[in-house]
Design a protein around this ligand. Structure first.
Ligand code: ATP
Ligand code: MG
Length: 569
């Protein structure tokens, strides 16, 4: 098929600047009309929601242009990498719903080739072995305002460099004793072009190549070459690499005529990374949270990692919707986490069954309801989605309601329960509070005595009574006891100061609250990662700690949508 692929995405209002670049390339028939992207994580931590943006972008572009997207582990720095991360990254990409098919690659697959390309650069007098110490290299590099100076080792002959580089590889020098550098321009205004390091000596065990290598390529060297070997047409990365693009192009241009297995001349395109309020988003900082014990692992439901969001109860659809809505831009900004929360509410609104759970129970005895009597009341599973059907809710003489739903001395507009007040119990009857029982010592309300009106049964109400409040409840004798985990943001964000735009982040000491709660009995067989709306309390997900003996729920998000408010103002 030789259709013009740019037509798939040629409506300017719905294309982003990356798609505009691709459309132009397709019009000019660059890359034989093909689009091939890659997602290149470094396996030194778990993926976070920022990576999800990059995944959606790279795999999404491949999908919409009928192209391909590779998964490539950028495993050039063995000191921080681990197979645990390699596995979790694959799991996360799959969970989001993307497939690299048979194109799973590792930069370490190319170590031998990368070495040969370096030899080629040396032959062409475009790279040299430098004996300066790391500190000296830094001093020679100059600054943003001062040019650098040439290393005294810069003019070694190709023969000498080839010999030294070979000896670097065979382990004749200690770590850090020598490096291979590109020979570009020590006076370039772009510091990345001042003879950047291509290889360093580092005796570190690599999770794939073991102890085969004691020299490792730098990211800036390995990345463009890996792209070209794989036939990547559009190499999409975050903005901090913008100043590295001249080096990317220099390497490709230096090698492209010489090396037969370059399948493309890739174009690097940069976009703004995602930042979110109330959390941190670098793997280094996330690792600190794990290692210092502030959270219970990479998949702690408070973490912005994909595995944390998954465990918390987020759906792939909500995360993809979020990534779609934030779009791609050329300048950095911070997205309000309320938008992410809005996306999961939108997704679950019609999907999650609505059930009743009392998070902080207060016992209510309905004195005129016959002892031992149980009624099975009909309850709809989701009014937004009638196709989800109904279930039975057992009702009996002793129930729990939410502590918050009762006030002894209520303010004016309190429509819940108070002495002498009437409220409706959802799917059941109207009850009236007759008496308040308190703990003699503490004065705390421990029980309410109520009466019910048998003519007010939900769906069959003949009383003509109008009440303002409707409460959720569970029958004490039928309810399931559960541990409910409520989460708040990991970080409290301090006000931006005017002089420095930096926000100070303070760990929130109350980011996790565990409650003993009571859940309606229909959830007896709920399985890990099943999601529900607990009426009036939010969306919840069965945690993987949940088992036959103990039900455990995570609150994904409350029902209060702060994003809608932000949008209106
Ligand atoms: P971090 O700084 O969080 O450790 P990284 O850039 O070092 O991230 P990589 O594993 O190198 O992590 O990232 C893989 C890909 O994901 C890269 O293309 C990178 O640009 C992209 N990426 C990383 N963080 C974000 C983010 N916050 N928003 C968008 N894309 C991101
Ligand atoms: Mg990185």
């Amino acid at each position: 098929m030789t259709e013009n692929l740019s037509e798939n995405k040629n409506n300017p209002s719905s294309t982003n600047f990356i798609e505009n670049i691709i459309n132009e390339d397709l019009k000019l028939n660059k890359n034989n009309n093909k689009v091939h992207t890659r997602f290149p994580p470094e396996p030194n931590g778990y993926l976070h929601i920022g990576h999800a943006k990059s995944i959606c972008l790279n795999f999404g572009i491949a999908e919409s242009y009928q192209g391909l997207c590779n998964l490539r582990f950028d495993d050039t720095n063995p000191s921080k990498e681990d197979v645990e991360y390699v596995e979790s990254i694959q799991e996360d990409v799959k969970w989001l719903g993307f497939s690299w098919e048979d194109r799973l690659f590792y930069a370490s697959d190319y170590f031998e080739k990368l070495y040969l390309y370096a030899v080629q650069l040396i032959r062409d007098d475009k790279a040299y072995v430098d004996d300066l110490s790391p500190e000296e290299i830094r001093q020679y590099r100059g600054t943003l305002t001062e040019p650098g100076k040439n290393s005294p080792y810069r003019d070694r002959s190709s023969e000498e460099n080839l010999d030294l580089f070979q000896k670097m590889r065979s382990g004749e020098y200690p770590d850090g004793a020598k490096v291979l550098r590109a020979k570009i321009d020590m006076t370039s205004p772009n510091i990345n072009m001042r003879d950047p390091i291509l290889y360093r000596i580092m005796r570190a065990h690599h999770h794939r190549t073991g102890d085969e290598w004691c020299i490792y390529p730098m990211y800036d060297y390995a990345h463009p070459i890996s792209d070209a070997i794989e036939g990547i047409t559009h190499s999409i990365c975050t903005l901090e690499f913008e100043d590295h693009r001249p080096l990317y192009n220099w390497l490709i241009d230096s090698l492209i005529g010489k090396i037969k297995d370059f399948k493309s001349r890739p174009l690097q395109i940069e976009f703004a990374r995602l930042n979110l309020t109330n959390t941190v988003m670098s793997k280094r900082k996330l690792r600190e949270l794990v290692e210092e014990g502030h959270v219970k692992g990479w998949d702690d439901p408070r973490m912005p990692t994909i595995s944390g969001l998954r465990r918390r109860g987020y759906t792939p659809d909500a995360i993809k919707d979020f990534c779609e809505r934030i779009g791609v831009a050329k300048s950095n900004s911070t997205v309000d986490v309320a938008l992410l929360e809005h996306c999961i509410r939108e997704d679950l609104n019609a999907k999650a069954p609505r059930v009743m759970a009392v998070l902080r129970p207060l016992k209510v005895i309905i004195e005129n309801y016959p002892e031992g009597k149980v009624e099975e009341l009909e309850a709809e599973n989701n009014p937004e989605n009638p196709g989800m059907g109904t279930r039975k809710m057992p009702f009996s003489r002793v129930i729990y309601i939410e502590q918050d739903d009762f006030m002894e001395e209520p303010p004016k507009k309190f429509f819940r329960l108070a002495p002498g007040n009437e409220v409706r119990l959802k799917h059941a009857y109207i009850i009236k509070c007759e008496q308040v029982i308190k703990d003699e010592k503490t004065g705390e309300v421990i029980e309410l005595r109520c009466s019910y009106d048998p003519t007010t049964k939900s769906g069959e109400d003949t009383s003509g009574k109008k009440v303002k409040g409707t409460l959720h409840w569970v029958s004490v004798q039928h309810a399931l006891k559960a541990e409910v985990r409520l989460y708040d943001y990991l970080f409290i964000e301090q006000q931006e100061t005017i002089e420095d735009e930096e926000k100070t982040m303070v760990l929130n000491p109350k980011s996790l609250e565990k409650l003993t709660s009571y859940i309606e009995p229909s959830l007896i067989n709920s399985r890990s990662s099943q999601r529900f709306q607990f009426m009036r309390n939010g969306y919840f997900c069965v945690d993987r700690d949940s088992d036959q003996d103990k039900l455990v729920f995570n609150r994904i998000v409350s029902l209060r949508d702060t994003w809608s408010k932000i949008k209106k103002t």
